[in-house]
Design a protein around this ligand. Structure first.
Ligand code: BGC
Length: 472
């Protein structure tokens, strides 16, 4: 099968002329090492710009977490993590044994309607779930009459201190009214008051900050915390003297602060990312067109939709699912990232598991050739996501001149999509040109469920007075 560059063996058995149209998709989705390098170099420039006084696409938000935990932090703390899909409440116990903790937790699904309602509805819903958890575990107030809570809020916020955060914009197709431009801490605390919960927010942090703290606590070689899930983002520790926009904050010479990059906004002005017609469509139909362009090409929320748009287009062109009823496939967001990962796990000759997945999720039963083409397209979409993901990580490492380190990665798309890690690692190798016979110099290590302990440690750093933040 000539002319194909990527995994042609999956198309074996299908005559060449029946699949020539796929070359266009290769052109759209295959990223050569040179392209990845160019994107990464532009990424480094945008990270720098975000730290400058003028700013740029990438917010580069100082988090006011100004150190890593020693491993000896102690205490018990309630944590609440509002991600893109779930709400996770934890009670974390940090014991006096080094790097030792225990936690109890409960996850609640965030109903779809909460993502587009009013702020008050969202905060009241969260307060209600928290109340359930407190009752379930009989958690009562501390000696000062309150229950301290560390709140992980996985959206871009501008922070004046670790106890506050003004929402810059919703991402991940959230569109809740009355929150953008406001501090989310008093809004959530007002909901606690309405429900008479004695809960007080002691820290507000991003999921990437929590992941960085939690994974560094377990493995001090971790220098970057990253999320690859519904959204995509990373945080790292920066020297304050290299952050021009903090110039007036009168911080000590040697101070460092964790930067929540919010790099899902990379290249919002579309200078280097190779957007194809499907990318434009996904952006155009999103809740916030023109924002989070990089995230929309990479993260779990969008790769399923990307595949769906491609499959519908090919059906309409008479190339796929001929004579089949694709009604369910026409429903927006009817394919999730998990569909792609399950399909890629099927290595059988008849792609039986993959067919079953099609039947279950879409009431479709494609023939073997169609399944092979779908499998090939899934590989293209997911590989591009993984290789673009590598650009963000490589950019931080290049900017900080970190040649060898570990990256703590959390998020369902990373932990559950088994092919992702290897592809992202290959992307890093292509960008950073490690000697071929050496193991990865920068290793992507899973940091599962780090958000609870990360948030607890951030709070412990403050409560124990180790936190030397000097708010603006
Ligand atoms: C948000 C980030 C978050 C990431 C992963 C993005 O959409 O803007 O704050 O870290 O998703 O959850």
């Amino acid at each position: 099968m000539s002319g194909f560059r990527y995994r042609p063996e999956i198309l074996q058995g299908i005559p060449d002329h029946e699949t020539t149209y796929l070359k266009q998709y290769e052109h759209w989705f295959i990223l050569e090492p040179e392209q990845l390098k160019r994107i990464t170099d532009h990424f480094v420039r945008e990270l720098e710009q975000g730290l400058s006084k003028e700013g740029g696409n990438i917010p580069m938000n100082p988090t006011w977490v100004m150190g890593f935990p020693s491993g000896y932090e102690t205490g018990r703390i309630l944590t609440l993590d509002m991600g893109g899909t779930n709400l996770r409440v934890c009670r974390v116990y940090l014991s006096s044994r080094k790097r030792h903790f225990e936690q109890i937790q409960r996850t609640f699904k965030l109903p779809e309607e909460m993502k587009t309602g009013t702020g008050e509805q969202l905060w009241d819903f969260i307060a209600g779930r928290l109340e359930l958890f407190l009752e379930e575990h009989n958690i009562t107030s501390e000696h000062d009459g309150t229950i301290p809570l560390s709140f992980t809020f996985s959206f871009p916020v501008k922070q004046k201190s670790i106890r506050s955060g003004i929402l810059q914009r919703w991402t991940k197709n959230f569109n809740v009214s009355g929150v953008e431009g406001h501090d989310v801490v008093p809004q959530l605390e007002a909901a606690f008051l309405r429900q008479k919960l004695p809960v007080r927010i002691v820290a507000l942090l991003n999921d990437t900050t929590g992941t960085l703290i939690a994974s560094h606590y377990i493995d001090p070689k971790v220098k970057v915390g990253s999320i690859f899930s519904t959204g995509c983002n990373a945080a790292y520790m920066e020297e304050c003297k290299l952050i021009p926009k903090l110039e007036n904050a009168a911080l000590p010479d040697k101070a460092s602060v964790i930067i929540n990059t919010e790099y899902g906004a990379f290249d919002n002005d579309r200078k280097v990312l190779p957007l194809n017609p499907f990318d434009w469509q996904i952006d155009g139909e999103s809740a916030r067109p023109g924002t989070q362009i990089y995230e929309k090409m990479v993260s779990g929320l969008y790769i399923g939709e990307m595949l769906r748009l491609i499959l519908v287009t090919l059906h309409e062109q008479g190339k796929l699912f001929k004579g089949l009823d694709i009604t369910r496939l026409r429903h927006e967001n009817s394919l999730e990232a998990s569909f792609l990962s399950v399909a890629e796990l099927d290595v059988s000759e008849d792609l039986g598991d993959m067919r079953e997945e099609f039947t279950e999720s879409l009431s479709l039963s494609p023939d073997l050739n169609d399944l092979k083409v779908c499998r090939y397209l899934i590989g293209l979409v997911a590989t591009r996501a993984a290789r673009l993901y590598a650009c963000g990580i490589a950019a931080i490492c290049k900017k900080k001149n970190m040649k060898r380190c570990h990256i703590g990665v959390d998020g369902s798309a990373f932990n559950k999509y088994s092919a992702f890690k290897g592809r992202a690692a290959q992307g890093l190798r292509d960008i950073l040109d490690w000697p071929p016979d050496e193991l990865d110099w920068i290793a992507l290590n899973p940091s599962e469920d780090g958000s609870g302990v990360g948030a607890a440690l951030a709070a412990a750093l403050i409560i124990e007075g180790d936190h030397k933040a000097n708010p603006l």
